[in-house]
Design a protein. Structure first.
Length: 290
């Protein structure tokens, strides 16, 4: 049977990450606020419980964040981030899936890598003070994301002459900076930054061009879960009611070569991805066990 979707070569091997299939990254926000309404306000036991639940529900990676990056969010100090993140990482030491830390601060990267984190996820693409050196010294794989501006002001007036070309060129330059610092391309995952300094039209253009970013020779992460462009297109103001749109956008990204979906709704996404694979990629029998 011919596969229903275009076929993409897997990225270079990376220990701990199975590129033979799409991966689901579950979001755990140990933040005071979150655009999606799921911030845990620094509740460490609740964060540990949510991460464990997501692992049981089929998440392949847990992404811990302690600084809200929603539009208009106030920055959080590295000291506050570390105080929130380290107890959660320590409470998940026995979890048999990678723990990612969503941070743009070098001190947080160093502390979390020593505590056992397996991935650094930086919305500023390691462009902050000392971040590139901290990530290189950790030896961990990194996610480089594109963002125009800062979280506090990024949605005030996003503008691009050509959003796809500009995001592509930015990520290409950040890859070059990482390689010069000693981070090999095989350890780099790219994120076009849906919703970070982009209008709804910009986000849709980037999603249409998802496959182009695979040309950079890195694994690709896409985060569309509950984001405002879904509300703009579907006329749904409540982020918690944007699951259908999130699934639709996420499956589109997978069909165009994305390797990781970063999501709030793990069991629903895992089920959707399994059906997507069953239709388009994986052979299915009555006895198939996922």
């Amino acid at each position: 049977m011919t596969a229903a979707f275009p076929q993409f070569s897997p990225p270079a091997p990376l220990p701990g990450f199975d590129w033979s299939r799409p991966l689901v990254m579950g979001i755990v926000n140990v933040t005071d606020d979150s655009f999606s309404g799921d911030g845990l306000k620094g509740d460490i036991p609740a964060a540990i419980a949510r991460a464990r639940a997501m692992a049981t529900q089929g998440a392949d990676i847990i992404d811990l964040g302690a600084e809200s990056t929603r539009p208009g969010a106030a920055p959080v100090s590295p000291e506050q981030e570390i105080a929130r993140l380290l107890p959660v990482i320590e409470g998940l030491r026995d979890l048999r899936i990678p723990i990612s830390v969503d941070t743009r601060h070098a001190a947080t990267m160093r502390a979390c890598s020593k505590a056992g984190a397996a991935l650094i996820n930086d919305i500023s693409a390691l462009d902050g003070a000392g971040s590139l050196q901290a990530a290189a010294e950790s030896g961990l794989p990194v996610v480089l994301m594109h963002m125009q501006g800062e979280p506090g002001s990024m949605q005030q007036a996003p503008h691009y002459a050509d959003v796809v070309a500009e995001v592509y060129d930015y990520l290409r330059h950040r890859i070059e900076a990482c390689e010069a610092a000693g981070i090999p391309r095989a350890k780099i995952i790219l994120d076009p930054g849906i919703g970070f300094g982009k209008t709804a039209a910009h986000n849709l253009s980037l999603l249409r061009a998802t496959a182009k970013f695979r040309d950079l020779g890195c694994a690709l992460l896409v985060g569309v879960s509950r984001k405002s462009f879904i509300g703009a297109v579907s006329n749904e103001a409540d982020p918690a009611r944007r699951l259908p749109g999130s699934l639709a956008a996420g499956l589109w990204a997978l069909s165009q070569g994305a390797n990781i979906l970063r999501v709030h709704d793990v069991p629903e996404t895992v089920q959707a991805v399994r059906i997507w694979r069953g239709i388009g990629e994986a052979p299915v029998t009555d006895r198939n066990v996922w």
